[in-house]
Design a binder for this molecule. Structure first.
Ligand SMILES: *Cc1c(COP(=O)(O)O)cnc(C)c1O
Length: 475
């Protein structure tokens, strides 16, 4: 047995010999010598161990005539598997337009161009071209944000979770923050308001009940330890029925009478009234400020349709305090965010054309008949590739906006429904088909509902590419 193992191991070529094989030349060019050498070394070591452990398939490989060829192939495969771990484009046919796990919003072309410029070389990120001195990175966005929201001042951080953390830590360290029990929100990804308060070093002072909070509840809670009054948008849920909610203006008046700031975390936050696009009405950032909020925070990449960012707008005095807090330095945005967000905000200066130019809004307002036509074109394509295994049909469905924005405002849409023919295999077959779609070079991601894979076509733009992908389907 021992001789066998030694014999088998002796058949393995050396690392150098394998690296000199022509089949690996392009890999060496692409990934560099060290990287390919290490992968080759790992592969040979694994095979050496495997034959030692009596692995039959490893032994068979080492005895085969085209051993070298097969080894080269396996090295190559390691690199193609490796490139699978990077961010890859996917088809979002989940029916959730702003899908956090799929990177939320696609950016408008103007923003993509600006990203390329910022990535390609030096830019005046913190450099004042008039004076030749150090500039302020927020300056690029501040005037636009003030123009669009009516705020006196604005600053931007990494995301809205960071914005809330920073605002609390800068404005109410060690102090009580008064918040209605109806607004104790948990946003996906373990962002829970009580935990954020705690990590910001604030003491959460819950008031009222889940469904009803009155102005007197706020008034009774105010004491010398109070740091600020807070309002959090209940992004991903709605409390309906017997409810009472204090108006922003009343709450602001109460806060100001006690010399306290009112902070409003709007979550998704919109700059224009979405009802003009047929979506549910939400208070805009400007309205919230006009009602008396001193600081408003919102996301750059939810309904706004821009890059990941947390936007903080409000009074000059408070924004200055927030901006000069040491945590701001840790949470500041990079040149890419500033480049892309500026371009997205510029589109908002022309709301008339926004729905054509901003991809998120284009998807959210896509006419139903357009999606239906798309489904009719894609149906035969899917049927021809899946015909033997599954029944493909066109089915009405509802898209979600996503990211907790407007949770009740689902949109009429159309899906392709893929149902496996092998009924006995049921769920296993369904999962297998869904996996095959996700394993395509450009993965297709849908959702599974009632024994079918649903591919909501609302966000499908490149039908040709989708058809091309299906040719690669291996089942
Ligand atoms: C989504 C959301 C956040 C977090 O925003 P991110 O940009 O995802 O960090 C915070 N507060 C509310 C109310 C939200 O809806």
């Amino acid at each position: 047995m021992t001789t066998d193992v030694n014999y088998l191991r002796a058949r393995l070529p050396s690392v150098d010999k394998l690296l000199n094989n022509a089949a690996l030349t392009d890999l060496l060019d692409l990934h560099g010598h060290n990287c390919v050498r290490d992968a080759t070394r790992d592969l040979l070591a694994e095979l050496r161990t495997a034959v030692g452990e009596g692995d039959g398939s490893a032994a068979a490989l080492l005895l085969s005539d085209d051993l070298t060829e097969e080894l080269c192939l396996r090295v190559r495969r390691r690199f193609s598997a490796r490139s699978n771990t990077a961010l890859r484009p996917v088809f979002n046919l989940t029916g959730t337009v702003i899908h956090t796990n799929l990177g939320r919003s696609a950016l408008p072309q103007e923003a993509i161009n600006a990203l390329l410029t910022a990535a390609s070389g030096p830019v005046n990120l913190e450099f004042d071209l008039d004076t030749g001195r150090r500039g302020e990175r927020d300056a690029h966005l501040e005037s636009l944000l003030c123009e669009l929201t009516g705020a006196e001042a604005a600053t931007v951080v990494n995301n809205n979770a960071a914005a809330v953390l920073l605002v609390l830590q800068a404005l109410a360290p060690g102090k009580e923050v008064i918040l209605s029990r109806g607004e104790l929100v948990e946003v996906g990804g373990s962002f829970r308001i009580p935990d954020v308060m705690q990590s910001a070093g604030c003491v959460l002072r819950e008031i009222g009940t889940s469904n009803r909070t009155h102005l007197r509840d706020y008034a009774n809670a105010i004491n010398p330890q109070t740091g600020l009054l807070m309002r959090v948008h209940t992004s991903n849920y709605v409390i309906q029925g017997f409810t009472t909610r204090v108006a922003d203006s009343e709450l602001a008046a109460l806060a100001h009478a006690h010399d306290l700031p009112l902070v409003n975390d709007l979550g998704s936050g919109t700059l224009v009234d979405m009802s003009r696009f047929g979506l549910a009405r939400e208070p805009t950032v400007a309205e919230s400020l006009a009602a008396g909020a001193d600081v408003v925070t919102f996301s750059g990449d939810k309904l706004l349709g821009g890059p990941q960012a947390g936007i903080i707008v409000g009074s000059r005095v408070l924004i200055d305090r927030i901006r000069s807090h040491p945590l701001k330095r840790a949470l500041r945005v990079d040149k890419f965010t500033i480049a892309a967000l500026t371009e997205v905000l510029r589109l908002y200066q022309d709301p008339q054309r926004l729905a054509q130019r901003l991809p998120v809004l284009r998807d959210l307002t896509r006419p139903l008949v357009d999606i239906q036509n798309c489904a009719q074109r894609m149906l035969p394509v899917f049927a021809s590739h899946l015909g033997n295994l599954a029944r493909v049909s066109v089915r009405p469905c509802r898209s979600q906006i996503g990211s907790g924005a407007l949770p009740l405002n689902t949109l009429d849409s159309v899906a392709l429904a893929i149902e496996p023919l092998a009924e006995s295999a049921g769920d296993v077959e369904l999962q297998r088909l869904a996996l095959a779609l996700r394993r395509l070079p450009v993965p297709i991601v849908g959702r599974i509902r009632d024994g079918a894979i649903l591919l909501d076509l609302r966000c499908l733009r490149d039908e040709k590419e989708l058809a091309r992908q299906l040719k690669e389907l291996s089942l």
